[in-house]
Write a protein that binds this ligand. Structure first.
Ligand SMILES: Cc1cc2nc3c(=O)[nH]c(=O)nc-3n(C[C@H](O)[C@H](O)[C@H](O)COP(=O)(O)OP(=O)(O)OC[C@H]3O[C@@H](n4cnc5c(N)ncnc54)[C@H](O)[C@@H]3O)c2cc1C
Length: 394
């Protein structure tokens, strides 16, 4: 009997997991044929079938990226690999991970990988759901933001974020919101409307007076820094300060801190102090056999305080989890760990920064790229095109 593996979710973590778990990362025709004849495992993915390339969403602001260009039907990718697909939403995991419940069914497994992505702390600041938009909400949310922006000829826009640091790392989306603020500046200048708008950047997690390359880029663009600011509520037309004062904000783009999704909190999975799925350094869910997790839904064991949730980190973590799952399914012990690395290109359309930190101090790509150059936008677009090409055709 082939061992049954369930992969929960079809985002970055799950797709990287698949590429490292199978013996081949690419599936040209002959490999596709072989996998139908011989496969050691029966693999099933449960998800919505739509892969979203989130790093491109901020570029909706400049009109360079659209929903269609960054959303991909993942079923052909799975089909080429002879992986079953169930189009459904997981609502619970029971029986120490051996049973996965969806809205329509109940599925058993010999090994489980969880890559169901982030849950956002939408109830942390009242009014977040009703009065803010977020690039992290996906294409629908970002299109709604753009719709409102396009209807405005003048106004005050607040761009902000809050981080969940309770697990000792950066569970939130700071870099992305800086990127959105700078792209907004560019887009409004392009339309000749910049002098009619105020753009504010706020975050309770940034110390007032903080300096550095990102702050310099924001100041160059006349973006007002509200570092240290946290509203007590988002309300119609603005925000409330701690003393109850109303602060006008015609449009708010805001992303709250990250935990695992709500359903995870009710399941049999162990939960960390910060609300993530609690995993060890091998990507194993603590206390459960043959259950692994990676990506934004899970925490880290002993992380450096600067490490964020990123697609890039999801890749490093999924690689270790895939190798360790293979080891335990063959009767061995998990031994693969992962390095911590923050690596992303902050696109400002007329400029770009490569933000980077690594636990082993290794530079990105052997330092062949500059750290501050508009040319990095081409590099960022190249990564996106290559990855989407891989998912579409290989
Ligand atoms: C605007 C923005 C810009 C970003 N820019 C960058 C960047 O430049 N570089 C970088 O490295 N990272 C970037 N990130 C972060 C990156 O996108 C995330 O870290 C990454 O998507 C995490 O991968 P994941 O698989 O954990 O989650 P996701 O990619 O969100 O995938 C989660 C998957 O689980 C599915 N799912 C959720 N709940 C269920 C359920 N109950 N049942 C079944 N399936 C479920 C979802 O449909 C999805 O398929 C950015 C994120 C955003 C929002």
């Amino acid at each position: 009997m082939k061992k049954k593996i369930i992969i929960a979710g079809n985002g970055f973590a799950s797709l990287f997991f698949i590429s490292y778990f199978l013996s081949l990362p690419v599936f040209p025709f002959f490999a596709f044929f072989l996998r139908r004849i011989y496969a050691r495992y029966e693999i099933t993915v449960i998800g919505n079938g739509q892969f979203i390339y989130f790093p491109a969403i901020p570029e909706f602001i400049t009109g360079k990226k659209t929903r269609k260009g960054i959303t991909l039907d993942i079923r052909p990718y799975l089909w080429r690999r002879n992986i079953h697909f169930i189009n459904d939403r997981i609502v619970d995991i029971q029986n120490n991970g051996r049973t996965v419940l969806t809205t329509q069914g109940r599925y058993s497994n010999d090994a489980l990988f969880i890559g169901t992505g982030p849950g956002f702390m939408l109830d942390d600041i009242p009014g977040t759901r009703e009065h803010t938009f977020s690039p992290c909400g996906g294409p629908d949310d970002m299109e709604a933001f753009m719709h409102k922006l396009e209807s405005m000829q003048a106004g005050i826009v607040y761009v902000g974020f809050k981080l969940n640091r309770r697990d000792g790392f950066v569970a939130g989306r700071g870099g992305q919101m800086y990127e959105c603020a700078c792209l907004l500046d560019y887009a409004l200048k392009d339309k000749g409307l910049r002098d009619k708008f105020e753009i504010h950047l706020f975050s309770p997690n940034i110390e007032p007076g903080e300096t550095g390359a990102i702050t310099n880029r924001l100041q160059e663009r006349g973006i007002i820094l509200d570092y240290g600011y946290e509203p007590t509520a988002f309300v119609e037309g603005g925000m409330l300060d701690a003393d109850g004062t109303f602060r006008q904000a015609d449009l708010v783009l805001y992303t709250p801190g990250i935990t695992a999704s709500g359903w995870v909190q009710q399941s049999c999975l162990p939960i960390s102090t910060g609300g993530h799925i609690d995993v060890d350094k091998f990507g194993q869910v603590k206390g459960l056999d043959n259950v692994f997790a990676a990506g934004d839904c899970s925490n880290h064991e002993n992380p450096p305080p600067w490490v964020p949730h990123q697609a890039h980190m999801a890749q490093l973590r999924s690689e270790a989890a895939a190798k360790n799952m293979r080891a335990v399914l063959s009767g061995g012990e998990p031994s693969h760990t992962y390095r911590f690395e923050l690596s992303c290109i902050m696109n400002m359309e007329n400029d770009a920064l490569w933000l980077h930190a690594a636990s082993d101090d290794k530079p990105p790509f052997w330092n062949i790229f500059p750290r501050h150059s508009r040319k990095l936008i081409t590099v960022k677009n190249l990564f996106e095109s290559l990855y989407l090409f891989y998912l579409r055709y290989l």
